[in-house]
Design a binder for this molecule. Structure first.
Ligand code: HEM
Ligand SMILES: *[C@@H]1O[C@H](CO)[C@@H](O)[C@H](O)[C@H]1NC(C)=O
Ligand SMILES: CC(=O)N[C@H]1CO[C@H](CO)[C@@H](O)[C@@H]1O
Length: 318
């Protein structure tokens, strides 16, 4: 699978599909399911807890999955769809490094929800993804926040609709990408703090070793050792505490130890450095801004009863 992840670099020319306008925002609210499925949050919480106990990759993978879902066709669980003809979002090269553990977190939570007769087939996969992202964050030591709910699931998933930011993006490219989602530079920086969890494979950062002057030399030689001793499936953590959601990611950038170019550039570029310094010195500020930004991300392209459905099996449209 590691070699497939190389595809990330050759996928620059995917055809763009327009994002849905965030017109359905008004329907979202924290207690959407309180009479429909009163135990929803408890059920998802305990399911995610079990998934996290099974694998340390679960939380990072589920958080990344939520971003990739919302960024493409809106937060409609289209990333979960498996099409029999092989043309779906998750098989776009940009998604090939999404870890199976992340998909499993969602399928497990959906099964747990549907095992409660009050809830069966009444909770959208898109909402389960939003709740699973919150649980992944809060159960990794990050902030707990109310999740807005009431999304419907999309019916469409294609490779061609996948447009995602790349690890070699500069600040202008990052800003332009996130502004397409209705997110500002500071919201983009807060959301990049999601890289406080998880890891990246060598192909995403190896090209920086010895060529990118913003990388700390000792860090570069560590990474060089990691990737040259394990060329096919070497990886490194995105920050030094990869299972703890904290602001170490930002302090790391101050030391030139950001793994991805798109992360380190937030410090190298003086237009964004101030925000990095602010989050590096104030974890509470980072948490507050991250919660606001991921809540806004969760409103992108939300579908309604008229434009979506409550999928029975998250992998297949009804
Ligand atoms: C700013 C633009 C972004 C770029 C260029 C980017 C790129 C990447 C790349 C290249 C990886 C490594 C993939 C691999 O080796 O398998 C990764 C991992 C990850 N990303 Fe991002 N990402 C971005 C934004 C985000 C956002 C907004 C979030 C969530 C809030 C996020 C959450 C994650 C997580 C949690 C991982 C670790 C996944 C794992 O360990 O399985 N990323 N990202
Ligand atoms: C990386 O490691 C290889 C093999 O040990 C070495 O030949 C090369 O010079 C190193 N490159 C950098 C940039 O450190
Ligand atoms: C993580 C993951 O599920 N990757 C898949 C991406 O798509 C390729 C090509 O279809 C699959 O073989 C991988 O398993």
């Amino acid at each position: 699978m590691a070699s497939l992840r190389l595809g990330f670099f050759v996928a620059a020319a995917v055809v763009s599909a327009a994002l849905m306008p965030p017109s359905a925002v008004a329907q979202l609210r924290p207690y959407y399911y309180s009479s429909i499925c009163p135990n929803l949050e408890v059920i998802v919480r305990s399911s995610v807890q079990q998934s996290m106990a099974q694998s340390p990759i679960s939380a990072p993978a589920a958080l990344r999955l939520f971003f990739h879902d919302c960024a493409v066709r809106g937060c409609d669980a289209s990333i979960m769809i498996v099409n029999s003809n092989g043309d779906d979002e998750w098989r776009n090269p940009d998604n090939q490094s999404l870890k199976p553990e992340g998909f499993q977190v969602i399928l497990n939570a959906k099964a747990a929800v549907d095992s409660d007769p009050r809830c069966q087939y009444k909770v959208s996969c898109a909402d389960i993804m939003a709740l699973a992202a919150r649980e992944s964050i809060s159960q990794s030591g990050g902030p707990y926040y109310e999740v807005e709910l009431g999304r419907y699931d999309g019916r469409v998933s294609t490779k061609a609709s996948v447009v995602l930011p790349h690890a070699n993006f500069n600040l202008d490219q990052l800003n332009s990408y996130f502004s397409g989602l209705g997110l500002s530079q500071s919201e983009m920086i807060a959301l990049s703090g999601g890289h406080t969890l998880g890891a990246a494979d060598c192909p995403f950062f190896q090209y920086r070793i010895g060529t990118d002057p913003t990388m700390d030399p000792n860090f570069a030689s560590q990474l060089n050792a990691t990737c040259s001793s394990n060329p096919t499936n070497g990886f490194a953590f995105l920050d030094p505490s990869p299972v703890t959601f904290d602001n170490a990611f930002f302090r790391n950038l101050q030391g030139g130890k950001g793994l991805l170019g798109s992360d380190q550039v937030l410090y190298s570029d003086t237009r964004s450095r101030g925000t990095v310094n602010y989050y590096a010195s104030n974890q509470g500020a980072f948490f507050g801004d991250f919660v606001a930004a991921i809540t806004k991300l969760g409103r992108v392209g939300v579908k309604t009863a008229a434009t979506g459905e409550i999928r029975r099996d998250c992998r297949f449209p009804n």
